[in-house]
Design a protein around this ligand. Sequence first.
Ligand code: NAD
Ligand code: WQD
Length: 345
Amino acid sequence: MPSSDPSYVLVTGGAGFIGSHTVLELINQGYKVVVVDNLSNSCEEPLRRIEKLTGIEKLPFHKVDLADIEDLRAVFRQYNIASVVHFAALKAVGESVHKPLSYYRNNISGTLNLMDVMIEFGVKNIVFSSSATVYQASPNGEPFREDSVLGCTSPYGRTKLYMESIIQDIVNAEKSWNAIMLRYFNPTGAHESGTMGEDPRQIPNNLMPYVAQVAIGKLDKVHVFGNDYNTRDGTGVRDYIHVMDLAEAHVVALKKLTQNCGYQVFNVGSGSGQSVLEMVNAMTEACGHQIPFVIDPRRPGDIDTIVCDPSKAGNELGFKVTRDLKQMCADLWRWQVANPEGYCN
Ligand code: NAD
Ligand code: WQD
């Protein structure tokens, strides 16, 4: 989009991990961006870092909770919004099991409000953060395709599935809408500058931020959840994707929206899987010292292998990852060393 275009991309959850990297990429590609976030799992510092990296003076930001429809309306009134990238959600699978209502309220009610306001203001283009978690576990670990069987085991996963359905129903009802669901696999890494990255507020649930905090000495050792899976070394295999590759996927998806694509779903991953031990080894290489680990029992709900078939995004969006495991770990390590306490603590 040429920078002479007066319209904005609204990014919900744009202060968070994936949102902030996507905002950076959007600005670098000439988009005008306005961010809304309630800062429930983030802070404003990544926005300041984006300003430094891009040289823009002030990134438009509004501290808005999607629950507050009036606040959301005010943002739509203030800016000429052409499309929305919707990241804002709670995302901790385990927490969602204990607090299902918080997840349904935050994720689904927030999305309903956003859709209401989009309809009110005639904004009909959305890219939505979906997840590999919407797929039903496959017994033999074959790569998930967009038409693989869906089914979730956690309230968090169900919120993603329901939000996809809500958006699909809107597109079905109003053919001039365009909506792309991006089903992310396992995002990791950080911006290559080392100034932006993932900043968990508590002890990380996900593997790679945990490994990074062990590598820097904030945590004792990595707990490898099971080594008796049906995989090459017995530990779980996942499809890791560099967060900047994922950020680029959003830009190509936004471009696709302008071609009247209707409702579309794309996997966003590399298409290849790495085991937990391979990830620990790759981080060991990146940081240059041993990373202690122990083998613990399996984590309830985990399965052997979750890998995507990325060919639809390749064929129809022209999207392909360009950053390998070595770069993911090098960038993650650079971020961790430069920001041992993160930026919101
Ligand atoms: P994140 O927590 O870093 O970012 C989410 C942001 O949304 C946070 O800044 C948070 O403050 C904000 N937010 C939450 N609820 C809000 C509300 N009601 N109103 C306004 N802002 C709100 O998470 P992330 O890892 O960047 O994930 C972004 C999106 O991608 C989420 O929708 C998540 O479900 C999805 N996703 C993440 C992963 C992953 O592994 N990180 C994988 C698949 C999908
Ligand atoms: C990866 C592998 C663990 C932590 C989750 C969500 C999914 C999506 C991405 C949002 C597994 C093992 C982990 C640890 C370990 N998020 N592990 N020790 O479970 O693939 O996916 O994040 O949509 O919905 O479920 O990611 O990073 O938690 O685990 O051994 O301390 O690492 O068993 O094999 P997961 P993860």
